[in-house]
Design a binder for this molecule. Structure first.
Ligand SMILES: [Zn+2]
Ligand SMILES: [Zn+2]
Length: 814
């Protein structure tokens, strides 16, 4: 027999070999039609930036890939598709910056991303890749728009919208962070009145909220989305003028009505003209003109100076019966609530600032512990923990939550209150006055009005436009593509014009998961049977930064398609888990800090498997961790140890594989399998890896046999797939390790074996304890001190010294 020298583990050779082999053998291909146990393993498809794959993407994808591979080994038919979310302002702004057309840039970026994704060893079935910028895809994005349009869920209306002067386009509310553009943190968002397309998501508000409560989603994600939908209970209260005009106001705090010392109407409120007295008319008209001019620019709320005018009339506070003055001010908008508010300066900051400037009365009506009705207010106190009502005759001393209910009831009985529910969620503005998106499939005809593009004419292909720069006009650059813009009316054939706005990128990503199983079909957006078979998505993993945008829009589109009869389910994602984030040296990774980790460099140096495991070992997957270069060599050493174990088993004499394994090693194998199974299925990847490391150290101390090492290789396969394939082959298998079965375990054997410890106090035997084999000194001492028999001799004192013999003896010296 020839001498055999063990080969060292060479990650690059191994990874290239298996990536090629997976491709040749179709290892990662899923038989969508024939699958008996479909498991749709979805990860959030990336935006293919020019920088290439970010380490945060790799972290997210590897964690999802481990889940998919685990489910496959456990017997499911796993479908793990990937694609690219390549339309949108990100791509377009970057293209403008570097002076390259996005149509040139994006395909290059996608190529690079796909290469990188293949290198990290994802189990992706690339036959079903989707690209949102592909007309074969966005044909169906436009088709969805048309279905919603027909159902009355897509409407065009003139509205005050958020306008970013830097992006030169409208933004969804979700893209405005504290008054600034999410993409331009130094640019204040303005308000403009523009004709915009909206999806009326508000018709689904309650359904979105109710069904969210039942969803198997990360708690954090559910909380963020529920807060965004923002259900608040309140009441519409009525303030009446002496002339009998009723002014309804919405408030979430009817308990504070005794502190309502004035009313504010939006300057456009229809009652303003009627209620303005003759002597105030000139001032009111002037102010209304000023605000009307501001409409097109901004009606900012916040730190700007408070302005407004008294209109000369009064209305009766329904609780106090007092006459309160009526003002108009630009901080009250017609779009919100009833266009009028009751001002409670004691407990609302904006009202407080206004009252100070206009010298209006400020009354405390809620007092916290240690405060009285007379405690002065230096600022508004909107939330008073443990607050009770004061200066509210009939309700003084009542907890404010209770007062809210009681006061609403009392006023309702007199016809001055209606309990109502309000939501923060607004309709979804989907028009963008930009170039890089799917054109909205609508045609305007002077004779026929708004005409949807017939489905047979889809897709409306985005015209090639050399100069795609947006301008300040509020009109999309597509208006400059004359031959595209002018089109015969589909109804009457006379000259007509195309809609020039493109749709929001969040519409592209609101349905991509429906497309994956049918990505090879051009005749339908999604095949009915495949959709029923593979969806809802079994497991979706992604970041919480998408809790209110993507994850809410995807749910809405799915619900709308369900109502229109296109899909048989309401919720698109059966299970969603938010992954954590990777920081570097305690700080968020960013270019400006210079602490961005380039994944290519690590894959190059260590190989994909070591890098995958290292990322997963940084901390709990759903929390994330701190990236430190120091730890990565530990993972490599672990893989080297496994390599040598496999080598020993593969090369050892045949009798070695037949020798019965030592009982404690068999127990360790069952224990490890149980732990890795539970931890992998619950995304606790870091502790699963720790358990495998411990097992490998145990095996190295004993004499490994193939029935101890083979299960380890399978447990490792989701984490280090190329490495596991190579080991599997070296152990004599000719099929992929991904076609093996996940090892089973016997729970009885998985329980750690118990041994008897003798407990001595000052050298004399005082008790005996049964503890798990391998119990450490600290745990053994703790157990000994807690034992009643031993406690009689220790008098509650801590030992001065301990003599510890593993698995045998604890001697406490008191
Ligand atoms: Zn912007
Ligand atoms: Zn027409």
């Amino acid at each position: 027999m020839p001498e055999r020298t063990p080969l060292a583990y060479d990650p690059h050779g191994v990874e290239l070999k298996w990536q090629r082999r997976w491709e040749e053998r179709g290892t990662n291909r899923t038989d969508l039609k024939g699958a008996a146990h479909p498991f749709f393993n979805l990860m959030m498809f990336p935006y293919p930036s020019a920088e290439g794959l970010h380490v945060g993407n790799v972290f997210a994808f590897v964690g999802a890939d481990i889940q998919g591979r685990f489910r496959r080994l456990a017997g499911d038919d796993v479908f793990e598709p990937l694609g690219f979310d390549a339309f949108g302002i990100h791509s377009e702004n970057y293209a403008l910056k570097v002076g390259t057309h996005p149509a040139e840039l994006i395909p290059r970026n996608i190529e690079r991303f796909r290469d990188q994704l293949q290198r990290i060893g994802l189990m992706a079935d690339w036959r079903y890749e989707v690209q949102t910028t592909d007309p074969r895809y966005y044909k169906w994005t436009q088709w969805i728009f048309l279905q919603l349009y027909r159902a009355g869920l897509a409407v065009k209306r003139r509205a005050a919208v958020n306008w970013c002067p830097a992006c030169k386009t409208v933004l969804a509310n979700e893209q405005v962070i504290g008054g600034f553009c999410e993409r331009h943190p130094d640019t204040r968002v303005e308000q403009r009145m523009l004709d915009q397309w909206f999806f009326t998501i508000t018709r689904y508000t309650e359904r979105l909220l109710d069904s969210l409560a039942r969803a198997d989603w990360s708690h954090s994600t559910k909380t963020i989305q529920a807060n965004w939908i923002g259900r608040s209970e309140g009441a519409e209260l009525v303030f009446e003028t002496p002339g009998g005009k009723r002014i309804p106001v919405f408030t979430t705090r009817p308990d504070t009505v005794f502190g309502a010392t004035y009313l504010v109407l939006a300057p456009e409120h229809p009652l303003v003209s009627d209620l303005t007295t003759a002597e105030r008319r000139a001032d009111v008209s002037a102010y209304r003109r000023t605000v009307a001019a501001m409409d097109l620019v901004t009606r900012k709320v916040g730190e700007k100076a408070k302005t407004g005018v008294f209109i000369g009339s009064y209305a009766r506070n329904p609780a106090t019966g007092a006459s309160v003055p009526i003002w108009i001010a630009d901080y009250v908008l017609m779009e919100y609530g009833t266009g009028a508010i009751m001002a409670v300066p004691g407990h609302d900051q904006r009202d407080f600032e206004f009252a100070v400037v206009m010298q209006l009365p400020i009354v405390r009506v809620v007092a916290g512990p240690g405060q009285t009705a007379g405690t002065p207010l230096a600022a508004a106190e909107p939330d008073v923990p443990g607050g009770r009502l004061v200066n509210s005759p009939g309700y003084d001393g009542v907890a404010w939550e209770e007062g809210k209910r009681a006061i609403t009831q009392a006023l309702a009985a007199r016809g001055f209150a209606t309990p109502t529910v309000n939501y923060r969620l607004h309709d979804w503005c989907i028009s963008r006055q930009r170039y890089w998106g799917p054109p909205i499939p609508i045609i305007y005809c002077d004779g026929c009005g708004t005409v949807p593009v017939p489905e047979r004419d889809l897709p409306v292909v985005l015209p090639a436009l050399e100069d795609f720069r947006p301008d300040d006009s509020g009109v999309s650059p597509l208006a400059r593509a004359a031959s595209w813009y002018r089109v015969p009316c589909p109804s009457c054939g006379k000259p007509a014009r195309r809609e020039t706005d493109v749709s929001d990128t969040f519409l592209d990503s609101a349905w991509y998961f429906l497309r994956y199983p049918s990505a090879d079909r051009d005749d339908v957006p999604f095949d009915r049977e495949l959709t029923a078979k593979w969806l809802p998505v079994s497991s979706y993993i992604g970041g919480n930064e998408h809790a209110v945008l993507h994850l809410m829009y995807a749910r809405f589109i799915t619900m709308a398609l369900k109502d229109l009869g296109f899909v048989p389910f309401d919720e698109p994602f059966a299970r969603f888990r938010a992954h954590g984030t990777i920081v570097k040296d305690g700080a968020k990774m960013s270019k400006s800090r210079g602490n961005v980790v380039n994944p290519d460099r690590y894959v190059e140096q260590w190989g994909a498997d070591t890098f995958r495991m290292y990322l997963m070992f940084l901390g709990p997957y759903q929390e994330g961790g701190d990236f430190r270069d120091a730890g990565i060599s530990g993972i490599r050493r672990f893989l080297d140890k496994v390599w040598l174990l496999v080598d020993a088993v593969a090369a050892g004499p045949t009798t070695a594989t037949r020798t019965a394994a030592a009982p404690e090693l068999v127990r360790a194998m069952h224990r490890t399998t149980q732990k890795v199974t539970a931890d992998t299925s619950s995304l606790a990847y870091n502790t699963a890896i720790a358990a495998m490391m411990e097992y490998v150290n145990t095996l190295r101390d004993g004499s490994p046999t193939s029935d101890l090492v083979e299960p380890l290789v399978v447990l490792l396969a989701p984490y280090a797939p190329h490495f596991a394939e190579e080991c599997w082959e070296r152990l004599g298998h000719t099929t992929s390790v991904m076609d093996a079965s996940w090892p089973s375990f016997d729970p009885a054997l998985a329980v750690a074996e118990e041994v008897e410890f003798v407990v001595q106090v000052n050298g004399k035997v005082r008790g005996r304890l049964r503890l798990a084999r391998g119990t450490g000194q600290d745990a053994a001492v703790k157990a000994a001190l807690a034992d009643p028999a031993v406690r009689r001799f220790t008098d509650g004192k801590q030992p001065r010294k301990v003599i510890f013999v593993p698995d045998r003896l604890v001697n406490l010296v008191i």
